[in-house]
Design a protein around this ligand. Structure first.
Ligand SMILES: Nc1ncnc2c1ncn2[C@@H]1O[C@H](COP(=O)(O)OP(=O)(O)OP(=O)(O)O)[C@@H](O)[C@H]1O
Ligand SMILES: [Mg+2]
Length: 356
C-alpha cells in the first residue's frame, strides 16, 4: 500500500495543509520544533486510531481550536481509499472509506506502518514495557482476534487489581477471573510466539547483511506460560495469588512478558555497545517490516523520524539502499546524508507549513 495525500486541519501546529506523497522517499526537512514529527504522528494516528505521543486524544488539536481533522488518501490492492480522523474536545470519529469505525479492532491493520524514531532505542535499552509494546504493535496489525484477546485480558486484569486493593479479598471472584484470563493468555502467548519466531528468522538474515556476518542476533520470548494449556495457566495464576495478595497487584501474567535480545550470545541491553544497540534496533525494525509484508501480503509505509542522526554512515547507506523500493516518510534537520538517491521528494517544513 502507499499514501497519496494527507490533509491536516487544526492538527498540532498545522492550520490547513495538504501534503502530496510520492511512492519513494518523502523527506521532510526543517529546523527543530517546526512540525516534522507532527506529520509522522498524523500518519501513525491514521493507522492506529490513537497517537503514541499523548494520553488524551484532544491534545493533538491545534491550540485555541475546537477540533482537528486528518484525511488520508491511500491506495491498497490497487483501490483508492480514504481515511478520516475527526477529534473534538469530547469525541473521536474514525471513518474508513466513509464507514464509521466503532471498534479499533475492526480497523487496526488496514493502514500498515512501521515507525522508527529516537524513542525506539528504548526497545534495546529501556524497560520491558517498550519491548512488549514493540511486539504488541506487530501482533495487533496482524490479528484482530489478538487485539480482542488482549483487550479482554486487560479488562480482567483491571478488575483483579481493583479487587486486590480491597481490605477483604473475594478469592472466588479472582478464581473466576483467572479462568477467563487463562483463555486469553493461551491465545496471546501462542500468537506472540508465532510472530516472534517469524521475527527471529528475518532478523538473523538482516543482521548478517548489516554486519557482514560479524554479529549474530537472537530474540528469546520470555514468558511464564509457553507451552501451557488453559488449565495449567489457571493453576499457575491461582497458585501465585498469595503473592498477589501480599503485593496488592498482579505479579504474574502476560503484562510481565518480555523479549530478550542477544547479540553474539550477550544480552544487548546490558552488554551491547551503543553501535550494537543501534544496529540491533535497525535489524528489529526491518524484520518487523518484512514480517508484516509476509503475513499481510502488503507493503507497510516506513516512518523514519529523525533517525539518521542516530546512525553512522554505513548504517545510513544500508538503510537508504534497503528502502529505495518502498514508500518512506523521513524527517531530518540535516539532509547531508542524501547523496545519489533517486526517487526522492524533499519537502521543507517551517512553522507548521510546507514551503513551496
Ligand atoms: N496542539 C498543538 N497546537 C499547536 N501547536 C502545537 C501543538 N502541539 C505541539 N505544537 C507545536 O509543534 C511544534 C513541535 O512540532 P514537532 O514535534 O513536529 O517538531 P519537529 O519539527 O519534529 O522538531 P524536532 O526537530 O525538534 O524534532 C512545537 O513548536 C509545538 O509548540
Ligand atoms: Mg521531531
Amino acid at each position: 500500500m502507499y499514501i497519496n495525500k494527507i490533509r491536516l486541519e487544526n492538527f498540532r501546529n498545522y492550520e490547513k495543509q495538504d501534503i502530496d506523497f510520492i511512492k519513494g522517499i518523502n523527506l521532510f526537512l526543517g529546523n527543530n520544533a517546526q512540525g516534522k514529527t507532527n506529520i509522522i504522528e498524523s500518519i501513525y494516528l491514521s493507522a492506529f486510531g490513537k497517537s503514541y505521543r499523548v494520553l488524551k486524544d484532544n491534545e493533538v488539536i491545534r491550540f485555541n481550536n475546537d477540533y482537528c481533522k486528518i484525511n488520508l488518501d491511500y491506495v491498497k490492492d490497487n483501490i483508492n481509499k480514504e481515511n478520516e480522523i475527526y477529534i473534538d474536545q469530547n469525541k473521536k470519529v474514525i471513518k474508513n472509506n466513509g464507514v464509521k469505525i466503532n471498534k479499533l479492532s475492526d480497523f487496526v491493520g488496514e493502514i500498515l506502518i512501521v515507525i522508527f524514531s529516537p524513542d525506539s532505542l528504548d526497545i534495546v535499552k529501556g524497560s520491558p514495557a517498550k519491548r512488549r509494546t514493540f511486539i504488541d504493535m506487530i501482533c495487533s496489525q496482524l490479528s484482530k482476534s489478538y487485539i480482542i484477546a488482549h483487550q479482554e485480558y486487560m479488562k480482567c486484569l483491571k478488575l483483579k487489581n481493583a479487587m486486590l486493593k480491597k481490605d477483604i479479598i473475594d478469592r472466588e471472584y479472582i478464581y473466576i477471573l483467572h479462568e477467563k484470563m487463562s483463555v486469553y493468555i493461551k491465545k496471546i502467548v501462542e500468537f506472540k510466539k508465532y510472530v516472534i519466531d517469524k521475527l527471529i528468522n528475518k532478523a538473523k538474515v538482516i543482521q548478517n547483511n548489516i554486519t557482514d556476518g560479524k554479529e549474530n542476533i537472537d530474540i528469546i520470548y520470555s514468558t511464564d506460560f509457553l507451552g501451557m494449556n488453559e488449565a495449567q495457566i489457571k493453576k499457575y495464576l491461582d497458585d501465585h495469588l498469595y503473592i498477589d495478595e501480599l503485593r496488592k497487584s498482579s505479579i504474574k501474567g502476560i503484562q510481565r512478558d518480555d523479549i530478550i535480545i542477544n547479540v553474539n550470545d550477550l544480552e544487548v541491553s546490558k552488554f551491547g555497545s551503543q553501535g550494537q544497540k543501534r544496529t540491533a534496533l535497525l535489524t528489529l525494525k526491518l524484520a518487523n517490516f518484512e514480517v508484516l509484508i509476509d503475513e499481510k501480503g502488503d507493503i507497510p509505509i516506513l516512518l523514519l523520524d529523525d533517525i539518521m542522526s542516530e546512525l553512522d554512515s554505513n548504517r545510513i547507506s544500508f538503510l537508504l539502499k534497503y528502502i529505495e523500493k518502498y514508500q518512506s516518510i523521513i524527517t531530518t534537520t540535516d539532509a547531508s546524508f542524501i547523496k545519489d538517491i533517486g526517487n526522492i521528494k524533499i519537502l521543507k517544513v517551517s512553522n507548521g507549513r510546507l514551503e513551496i
